[in-house]
Every structure is written in C-alpha cells, then in structure tokens.
Design a protein around this ligand. Structure first.
Ligand code: C5P
Length: 235
C-alpha cells in the first residue's frame, strides 16, 4: 500500500526568536522545510508529500519546492495550515487521496531525521501497528510540577516518574490511514502529537527506536546543532 507523508509547517516558531516562519528559515543556506521534505522523500516507500504551509505562505512554499531538486518519483501538494498543529495536520489529511493506506506525519521542525528512521516507522505500520512513534530514552530526570502563574517563579514538584519507563517521542509518526482520520474526527482535546489521539481511541501505539538527529529545532541553540550535523554529513 502506498505511503504518503503530511508535513505540518505552518507554525510561527516564536521560541526561535523573531523572523520568518520557522520552516522557512535557512539551515546552511537551505530552508528547514526543504531539508524535511528531502528527508521524507528519501524513503523509496514515500510517493506523496503533503506540505501544510503558513496560510499566507502557500505560494512561497510552492515556489520553494519548485526551486529545489526533489526526487522525481515523489508527488508534492501544498495546502494552507491552521491555528494549531492539530488543525494543520487535519487540513493536510483532507488533501490525502484514497489510495494511500499508510500516512506519516512529520514536523518540518525535524529537518534531519535519517531515512532509516522513516523506513523503520513505515515497516512497523505495514507489519500491522495502527500507530507507530519513534522514541528515545531520556538523559534528564523528568519532574511533574504545579506550574507557577508567572514564568520564572518557583514551582512545587508533584511527582518524579521512573525515568527508565519514559521516552521522548519524535516524528515521523506512522499510521494506518483510517485510524488517523478517525482520530482527527473524534478527538477534539488539544494534543501535542498525533499518536496521543490514537491512544484516546483506546488503540495501542507502539514505539520504535528514534534517532538523535531527529531532534526538533525549537530554540536558537538547536539551529547551531542542526548546522553542525549538516556540516558533519558533508565530510
Ligand atoms: O509548535 P511545534 O514546534 O511543536 O510545531 C511542530 C510542527 O507543527 C512544526 O513543524 C510547525 O510548523 C507545525 N505547526 C503547524 N501549524 C501550527 C503550529 C505548528 O503546522 N499552527
């Protein structure tokens, strides 16, 4: 069954500081979004990439895709995004043709995910999992706090979950098409990833090994790290 990828790229990237929408900022001279599109299209299994663009930036994203060399065997579609990541993914799914039985959802903000990670997610979905996430063990101990009303004020610690049982979850997350569409139709709570919507349907989500280079470019230091990874790859 053919595989499509939806790439939400409509975020402003406020935490990265002032400037263009995050996905359009350059890493070593090439927009982050183009790196992300190439990372997904690098998989032989992915035959369609749906980019969800900033609503006022669809024309710009279309011309960026035209201007950069991308694999010929892959089709590209650009649709305008929404106010939340969840809404943007749903708008991407609305543009998904019926023949795609497997759907990946991948943050434009994770431009350096290796193709082996993409393929591992696809394989786990094809093996029968309704939802698959790439995940890594945590280096830091994680604490749950009672969030303070103002930023910077002390926050009481409520609990310390056992670190060995925790995972940091990345993208691409992979889904059986019907499962993901049903999740987006029935779950209205605000969520930070797509797999949690599938969990809310009562289905089992499985984690496969993620990759350090699939980190999310969120803060200014992440840009430094991403450019260093790209420089090392050129060696
Ligand atoms: O906000 P965060 O950094 O977690 O965003 C993850 C991804 O979701 C980014 O690629 C961002 O462009 C995308 N996004 C979106 N539409 C929004 C907000 C975020 O497509 N309204």
């Amino acid at each position: 069954t053919p595989v499509a990828a939806v790439i939400p790229a409509a975020g402003r990237g406020v935490r990265l500081g002032p400037g263009a929408p995050k996905a359009l900022r350059a890493l070593n001279g090439t927009p982050m979004l183009i790196h992300a599109v190439r990372a997904l299209a690098a998989s032989r299994h992915v035959s369609l990439v749906i980019v969800v663009a900033p609503p006022d930036g669809t024309a710009e994203v279309k011309s960026l895709l035209d201007a950069h060399a991308l694999p010929e065997r892959t089709d590209f579609t650009v649709v305008p995004g929404g106010d939340s990541r969840q809404e943007s993914v749903k708008l991407g799914l609305d543009a998904l043709p019926p023949e795609y039985g497997v759907v990946l959802v991948h943050d434009a903000a994770r431009p350096l995910v290796p193709v082996d990670t993409v393929d591992a997610v696809i394989e786990a979905v094809r093996d029968g999992a309704p939802a698959v996430v790439p995940a890594l063990p945590l280096a830091d101990t994680v604490k749950e706090v009672e969030p303070a009303p103002e930023a910077g004020a002390p926050e009481p610690v409520v609990a310390t979950p056992e670190r060995a049982r925790l995972r940091a979850v990345q993208t691409p997350q992979g889904f059986d098409r019907e499962t993901l569409i049903r999740a987006h139709e029935s779950v209205t709570d605000n969520v930070t990833d797509d797999a949690s919507m599938v969990e809310q349907l009562g289905l089992t989500v499985v984690a496969v090994p993620g990759h350090e280079e699939a980190f999310k470019v969120t803060r200014p230091l992440d840009l430094v790290l991403a450019e260093a990874v790209l420089a090392r790859r050129r060696l």
